[in-house]
Design a protein around this ligand. Structure first.
Ligand code: ADP
Ligand code: MG
Length: 464
């Protein structure tokens, strides 16, 4: 029979494989034959170890090791490297199997020892290396408030946003700030996945009472990616009592999730309604200026001084990869890798950037016909926005205005049906597109500056 740790690893590994399958990047036959037959045998705070079902499986998976590591990172937020071994290599390492891991730990951990490792915050994530811009200002302020006066401003603070926008960074910044001001505080950073694993282990080891006792003693609880608690009954129950206990004692709780609390399926109503007693704030994709500032910071940290990166390259990266901050970081790594690996250069210019990202970013050929994508790019650039923002759900007036103009130009320059335009702009309804076009026409009639802007845009689009 599978131990619960084995079952847990198998669940995580299946989740990774399902993500790959959904992305359509790897054929299902390959996934079924090589991935699903392989096993996740260890998942520590920063490394996952997978044992291939045979040598070929290992070789096949090795080709995608970067993607696999990233998926582990996106699933549990901590594990950011991954190792793929054959059965023989694995047995040489002498790592206890998941079943043994439980058995051994249950014999070795005396009941009185601490189960939790307090003050386990990640020291590299701090407020002083977090760039603040419109997309994250509110979250940053709320997080800083909680760090400054834990338990007294709003508890719980709930931060939600897509993957890679800085949730883990903000959460740990709070922890570091609190510990800096008062090292006697008990800060505990955990994630939904980690919490479930702790509970599973403590049940096996019969240390559950010890675990609860230590949890109740926390001053600042930082719970990352709570969505992974969904459907895990026992962990849910323990978290619910912990939550109530800490809130009643005016302790600080900060929770993150990839979506708004009311949209997390599988979390109990009673817990979700407790969240509303605090504050929920959302993170957005970085806007152009913030993306540029983040790129500059990451470049100054990662890139040696003799490497020169042209300004237009930075603008190019900021407008094409600002879906999230992780992608911004990824594109710097790729650019450097490309520069060093293939051309041994220390001056990175536009030509090199275009070469590096060929196929990932559309670069219009000369005299190319006007497309939706071209219109979106020109309009986004003109208003200092990213393409993602242009098609996002944001209703900020400058974004909405640029979006209406881009929709109008799609209608006017390429005569696209309203339904098709709606599809291209974040799957909006055709009636939204119709009213956007009407609005633009009305503005054109009454506003000379507006006419001038649209003329200029039209000129730029046709010149590409
Ligand atoms: P999430 O937890 O939302 O998936 P992370 O906090 O892990 O995202 O952020 C992904 C990466 O982007 C991390 O390396 C983090 O340091 C960086 N990052 C995110 N937001 C910012 C920001 N505003 N300034 C600097 N770095 C950031
Ligand atoms: Mg995270």
């Amino acid at each position: 029979m599978m131990s619960s740790l084995e079952a847990y690893y198998s669940e995580i590994w299946n989740k990774v494989i399902d993500e790959i399958q959904n992305s359509g990047k790897i054929d299902k036959v390959i996934l079924d034959s090589f991935y699903r037959t392989s096993t996740l045998v260890s998942l520590s705070s920063n490394k996952a170890i997978i044992v291939g079902s045979n040598e070929v499986s290992k070789q096949i998976m090795m080709k995608e090791i970067v993607m696999i590591s990233e998926l582990f990172e996106s699933i549990d937020g901590n594990t950011n490297t991954c190792e793929i071994l054959t059965q023989v290599e694995y047995s040489k390492l002498n790592i206890p199997s998941p079943a043994q891991q439980i058995h051994e730990s249950s014999t070795h951990i005396p009941l009185s020892s601490t189960v939790l490792n307090y003050n386990n915050v990640l020291s590299e994530y701090r407020f002083d290396n977090f760039i603040v811009g419109a997309s994250n200002r509110e979250c940053h302020a709320a997080a800083l408030g909680c760090a400054y006066d834990p338990g007294n401003i709003y508890t719980p603070l709930f931060i939600y946003g897509n993957s890679g926008l800085g949730k883990t960074h903000l959460l740990n910044s709070i922890g570091n700030f609190v510990l800096n001001s008062d090292p006697t505080k008990k800060v505990y950073y955990t994630s939904g996945l980690d919490f479930v694993e702790k509970v599973v282990n403590s049940i096996q080891n019969k240390t559950i009472d010890q675990l609860k006792k230590e949890l109740y003693d926390i001053d600042v609880l930082l719970m990352d990616d709570i969505q992974f608690l969904a459907g895990k009954e026992k962990s849910h129950e323990i978290f619910f009592s912990l939550f109530n206990e800490l809130v009643n004692n005016r302790k600080q709780i900060v929770i993150t999730s990839d979506r708004h609390p009311t949209e997390i399926k599988g979390l109990e109503e009673r817990l979700i309604s407790r969240f509303s007693s605090g504050l929920s704030v959302g993170l957005d994709s970085p806007e152009f200026e913030t993306a540029v500032a983040i790129l500059r910071l990451k470049i100054s940290n990662q890139v040696s001084d003799d490497v020169i990166i042209d300004d237009d390259v930075i603008s190019y990266l900021a407008s094409n990869f600002s879906k999230d901050v992780r992608s911004l970081e990824g594109c710097i790594k790729r650019l450097l890798f490309y520069a060093i690996q293939f051309s041994n250069r220390d001056h990175i210019d536009m030509a090199l950037a275009i070469e590096t990202f060929k196929g990932q970013v559309e670069t219009p050929a000369e005299g190319q016909e006007v497309t939706v994508s071209l219109i979106q790019r020109v309009v986004a650039d003109y208003y200092g926005l990213t393409k993602q923002q242009l098609i996002s759900k944001s209703r900020t007036s400058n974004i909405a205005n640029a979006r209406q103009i881009a929709m109008y130009l799609c209608r006017y320059l390429i005569d696209l049906p309203f339904v098709k335009i709606g599809d291209e702009f974040g799957k909006r309804d055709h009636s939204t597109v119709m009213s956007a076009c009407k609005k633009v026409e009305a503005n054109l009639k009454k506003d000379a500056f507006y006419r001038q802007a649209i003329n200029e845009l039209e000129k730029q689009i046709k010149a590409k």
